[in-house]
Design a protein around this ligand. Structure first.
Ligand SMILES: Nc1ncnc2c1ncn2[C@@H]1O[C@H](COP(=O)(O)OP(=O)(O)OP(=O)(O)O)[C@@H](O)[C@H]1O
Length: 458
């Protein structure tokens, strides 16, 4: 009977090379990966640098010492570094008491030497399943602690038929199944998150975690502990070991959002991690391998940042194997109505209303508007309109275009007054009516701004 091998990493530790050889022989047609060592001192490195499902550990080393103390010692060490790894002990007939002691200390089962091949296989298989479910639970638990809902997957449907969007979607489909690092560029609300998630869902990692980290929201002091984790006692409040986001994403995808906001000194830390594919928890000396796909996103002009030496070029090269540009909504007018209809359907269902569509006038305005907040803004606008409308169709009264009065600065009209008015209006839009910020951006005082608002009747 031909069986498919199970994806699993098995670590075999025995100081007798013959035993290593025959254990491997017994198991190799069932599992994909084996690591063997006859030197227990290498166990810790191996276990930290690989995701080991099952460790088959000999109880007795150095011929002559049969008390098994050393086996127990290594057992404890493995448990500490990789609590999810299932540990099976190999022990000679007659040391059953020792095996019982080992199980008390966290081993899952023991295998008597010489073993029965079928029994050995059954124990290892059960061990692999156990490790899997434990790993899933730890990840889930950690994710719940982080209030990170990204683990609960949901497929987003990408809407868009414009050439720019079609191109972005076909690029996504091409690169998603590869393990290439991807940098997604686009203004706020253009769908960077949705794209990152979709790349993950269309990759072979789809059943593993997708971890979203908003670097823009991450306090600088927390950067390392959040991303790389920490050991108990690493700092005052570290009262227990904590797993970092990179480790959480093990086997899956990490989405580093707003990468452009990362200060230079943290950029170099991130670079080291990406280069070595290893993380070290704060306060710990063990390097842990991370098998993680990296997707980054930013709305900043990252190439300009590199030019201005605000972003490390070597880091950019690491993260932008593939660059995906998401077009602004104003540059793909064909998609506006399509998206508006999509949101209309969604929101009508949500608010239990039956609304047929948009008036002609509204459609024209939607298509002419410059959408500084892109798709997110459109979504909010439609939601709001659905809530307040009393009709069957959404009309101009149901919409509030924040820039109704604005005229984009046109170079064919260089009239100073008109340009000043347009500039002020864009500053107000940009800062959503926040006077202090708009004034600061314009380089004038708040009082001066109020005066001009009066003057231009804004
Ligand atoms: N192609 C699309 N089809 C349908 N909805 C979309 C599409 N792209 C984005 N959206 C919706 O638009 C909103 C904004 O998307 P998203 O959060 O991915 O943008 P973003 O670029 O990550 O924004 P920010 O930079 O502000 O974080 C979301 O509600 C998302 O569901």
């Amino acid at each position: 009977m031909h069986m498919r091998k199970k994806e699993a990493t098995i670590l075999l530790v025995d100081d007798d090379d013959d035993i290593l050889f025959s254990a491997r022989l017994s198991l190799k047609k069932h599992f994909t990966k084996f690591i063997t060592t006859n030197n227990p001192k290498t166990i810790l490195n191996l276990i930290a640098s690989e995701t080991v499902d099952v460790a088959l550990l000999d109880m007795n080393y150095h011929r002559g010492f049969e008390d098994g103390k050393e086996g127990l010692y290594w057992l404890k060490q493995i448990k500490e570094i990789s609590p999810e790894t299932t540990i099976l002990l190999m022990t000679a007939f007659g040391s059953v008491n020792l095996a019982v002691e080992a199980i008390k200390q966290g081993a899952s089962d023991f295998v008597l030497k010489p073993w029965d091949t079928e029994k050995l296989y059954a124990s290892v298989l059960a061990g692999v399943e156990l490790a899997r479910s434990k790993r899933k639970n730890t990840q889930l638990e950690a994710i719940q602690n982080n209030k990170n809902k990204d683990f609960l997957q949901k497929t987003e449907h990408l809407i868009g038929k414009s050439p720019a969007m079609t191109k972005a979607i076909s690029m996504l489909q091409k690169v998603a199944p590869t393990d290439a690092n991807i940098l997604i560029l686009g203004e706020n609300g253009t769908g960077k998150y949705v794209f990152a998630k979709e790349i993950h869902l269309q990759s072979h990692r789809k059943n593993q975690p997708f971890i979203h980290v908003d670097l823009g929201a991450l306090n600088e002091n927390l950067f390392e502990s959040e991303l790389f984790g920490y050991a108990k006692g690493a700092f005052t409040d570290a009262n227990k070991d904590s797993i970092g986001r990179f480790e959480l994403a093990k086997g899956g995808t990490i989405f580093l959002d707003e990468i452009g906001n990362l200060p230079l000194h943290l950029q170099s830390k991130l670079l080291t991690v990406i280069q070595n594919r290893k993380v070290t928890r704060l306060g710990e000396a063990i390097e842990r391998a991370i098998d993680v796909r990296i997707i980054c996103a930013t709305n900043a002009d990252i190439h300009k940042m590199v030019e201005d030496q605000n972003f490390r070029q070597d880091l950019l090269y690491r993260i932008n194997t593939i660059e995906l540009n998401l077009p602004a909504l104003r540059d793909r007018k064909e998609d506006i109505l399509l998206l508006a209809m999509h949101f209309l359907k969604q929101m009508s269902a949500k608010y239990r209303k039956t609304i047929q569509g948009f008036t002609k006038e509204v459609i024209q305005r939607l298509e002419a508007y410059h959408w500084p907040g892109n798709i997110r803004e459109l979504e909010h606008m439609v939601e709001r309109a659905v809530i307040i409308t009393e009709g069957q169709e959404l009309g101009t009264d149901d919409f509030y275009f924040s820039t109704d009065k604005s005229t984009p600065i046109a170079t064919d009209n260089l009239n100073l007054e008109a340009t000043e008015k347009a500039l002020i209006q864009s500053a107000l839009d940009k800062h959503q009516g926040n006077m202090s910020r708009a004034a600061k951006d314009l380089g004038i005082t708040r009082t001066a701004l109020y005066r001009r608002l009066d003057k231009h009747q804004l």
